[in-house]
Design a protein around this ligand. Structure first.
Ligand code: HXH
Length: 333
């Protein structure tokens, strides 16, 4: 099917929510037409993370982030910022005192403030929403916050501080807390509790990001609905921030498949259909749905959680053509 005759995802969903994709230098080069055609919100997969833009205390590296902004400007795409404060992809200098020990709380918070003011300030008025804090909740049932150097050194109000600094830097940007396993009932309640406590302290937080790294096998539709309703009850916007639907069970070790089975594609198409039905049902709360990639040509899932296990998690195939999953989310009414 020639590209021109394929419905544009973002136009199909124009009365519902933005349709986004995570992009990187590879897909911006090789899938540029596909990105322009289907998506109206872009997220940098890696290029705005702390280690990417601020590898040394006295050095900012903007080239790749700026390239994405230039592409977005030239093509009229909105941009979500990802991410400011996270336990991964953050350079070690942030947490060190330069003498072989750990930085103290004041130093760490001053660095956080300077980083956030610089990055958010650079794209002020151009990035409409930021994932301010990523993945700060623990996956262990009886543990609330994830142990990290941010928590250990700055204490639990590192989260509130991050939102305050981001709001100072761009008062018009929407500020999100973003996490994965967001539909798991135990983790859901912890995320709810965190965001509720931030709201009660009048911390400037406007949304919850549901990463939605899902699969043909989990979560259940009911778990998804319960999570959406629980977060929406906090009177915040919801963004689906990193959606993909893996064709494998999480712990499936098979690395020998070079193409998906028909059954995998059928199950995935049915899953996509139901998940987007749910998103449409909650359109008054959900304002953006972003895929964590552009098409099956490239996905981070080819190396996670099993190295070398090729995956096909999106609605566009390796040639950029619509899959059954695509038609199932496009043909509704
Ligand atoms: C996301 N994390 C990040 O937000 C995004 O920035 C990145 O590009 C990709 C995915 C998802 C994630 C969370 C935890 C995790 C791995 C990925 O850690 C695990 C490690 C082993 C097993 C299970 C989880």
């Amino acid at each position: 099917m020639s590209q021109q005759s394929v419905p544009k995802l973002y136009e199909v969903y124009k009365d519902y929510f933005l349709i986004g994709a995570a992009v990187n230098p590879f897909t911006l080069t090789h899938d540029a037409e596909l990105i322009k055609h289907h998506y109206n919100s872009l997220t940098a997969e890696n290029e705005m993370k702390f280690i990417s833009v601020h590898p040394e205390e006295d050095q900012y590296t903007w080239e790749k982030a700026d390239q994405l902004m230039e592409f977005a400007r030239a093509n009229g795409k909105q941009v979500r910022g990802h991410t400011l404060v996270w336990h991964n992809q953050t350079p070690r200098w942030v947490f060190e005192d330069g003498k072989g020990g750990k930085a103290d709380r004041e130093t760490l918070l001053a660095r956080m403030k300077s980083h956030i003011h610089t990055v958010v300030g650079r794209y002020k008025g151009e990035i409409y929403a930021w994932d301010v804090v990523n993945e700060a909740i623990s996956d262990k049932g009886d543990e609330h916050l994830r142990p990290s150097l941010w928590l250990e050194i700055a204490g639990e109000d590192f989260i509130a501080k991050a939102f305050e600094y981001a709001h100072e830097a761009d008062p018009s940007a929407l500020l999100f807390y973003n996490d994965y396993n967001e539909s798991d009932p135990v983790k859901r309640e912890k995320i709810y509790k965190l965001v509720k406590s931030l709201k009660e302290k009048d911390v400037p937080i406007h949304g919850v990001g549901l990463q939605a790294h899902w699969s043909n096998f989990h979560p259940t539709y009911d778990e998804i609905k319960q999570a959406i309703e629980r977060y929406a009850s906090l009177d915040v916007q919801l963004h689906i921030t990193e959606m993909d639907v893996s064709v494998f069970r999480f712990d499936d070790r098979r690395t020998d498949l070079t193409e998906p089975t028909e059954e995998m594609m059928e199950v995935q198409a049915e899953r996509y259909e139901k998940m987007f039905e749910i998103f449409r049902e909650y359109r008054s709360h959900i304002t953006c749905v972003t895929f964590w990639g552009v098409s099956d040509r490239y996905t981070w899932l080819n190396n996670f959680p099993v190295r070398g296990r090729k995956n096909w998690p999106f609605v566009l195939d390796e040639q950029g053509q619509p899959k059954k999953s695509f038609w199932n989310i496009v043909n509704f009414k």
